[in-house]
Design a protein around this ligand. Structure first.
Ligand code: ADP
Ligand code: MG
Length: 239
């Protein structure tokens, strides 16, 4: 059973703009998958639909066999999301940000505290547990959002441009955390517009452009192609 199976997914926003034009995509359990594409390609729209933040116009989404239309709660419980932008109460202390999320999933307070401590330690944020989120740098905010996304122990972690605007040191620490998490069995999908990030982290890749999948392959095969002819130019033009 794939972690994610999407068929003929379409999205037309109010006003008539068609952001997704029939996406077919599947991601195997255990994969580390990159969705690569330029700004405006439809990455956040795609992820927003899977995470129930955006309504789809048409098509089918299944997460670990749960259909998004028939069992949205089961889909939600399988997914941890690190959104591209976060617009909740930034005055909350770091520890509370994670505990609140645990509350949202109905995790008992005692267990929530244990998990929050574990993930904050793993993400090097335990020393800052009493710091208000707004006082963290952009990179540390992202790491906090990863801890928050993991508190209900999702089988699939989705990160929307997690390292955009993050300095290289924190970016590397995030990469190594994500590699370990994936090695422990969590399926990961991330969007990025950095080809190097996809190369360095991921095994499978899809390139999305103007609401369509332009390419789908293993990273190894893609890199092979990159060494040949005009494909390089076409791709570099696109991403
Ligand atoms: P990406 O994440 O790849 O940068 P998005 O999914 O955010 O792309 O956006 C895809 C396209 O859909 C863009 O052209 C964007 O302007 C448009 N779009 C995104 N959100 C909305 C919205 N709420 N209403 C109308 N158009 C939108
Ligand atoms: Mg986006």
């Amino acid at each position: 059973m794939p972690a994610l199976a999407v068929q003929q997914l379409t999205k037309t926003y109010k006003g008539g703009f068609q952001a997704l034009k029939g996406i077919d995509l599947s991601v195997e359990e255990g994969d580390f998958f990159a969705l690569l594409g330029p700004n405006g390609a439809g990455k956040s729209t795609f992820i927003g639909i899977i995470a129930s933040l955006v309504n789809k116009t048409g098509g089918q989404v299944e997460v670990f066999g749960h259909d998004l239309d028939h069992d949205p709660e089961a889909v939600k419980s399988c997914i941890g999301l690190v959104p591209q932008e976060f617009n909740f109460n930034l005055f909350l202390p770091v520890f509370e940000v994670v505990l609140n999320q645990a509350g949202y999933y109905g995790i008992p307070r005692r267990e929530a505290k244990v998990r929050a401590e574990r993930y904050l330690r793993q993400l090097d944020l335990w020393d800052r547990r009493d710091t208000e989120m707004r006082k963290l740098s952009g990179g540390l905010k992202r790491r906090l959002m990863i801890a928050r996304a993991l508190v209900h122990q999702p089988r699939l972690l989705i990160l929307d441009e997690p390292t955009a605007g993050v300095d290289i040191e924190i970016r590397r620490s995030m990469w190594s955390f994500l590699r370990d998490l994936n090695a422990g069995g969590t399926t990961i999908i991330l969007t990025t517009h950095y080809l190097e990030e996809a190369e360095s982290l991921c095994r499978q890749i899809a390139i999305i452009n103007q609401g369509r999948i332009a390419e789908r392959s293993s990273v190894a095969d893609l890199l092979g192609k990159l060494h040949t002819e005009t494909f390089v130019l076409n791709l570099r033009g696109r991403v």
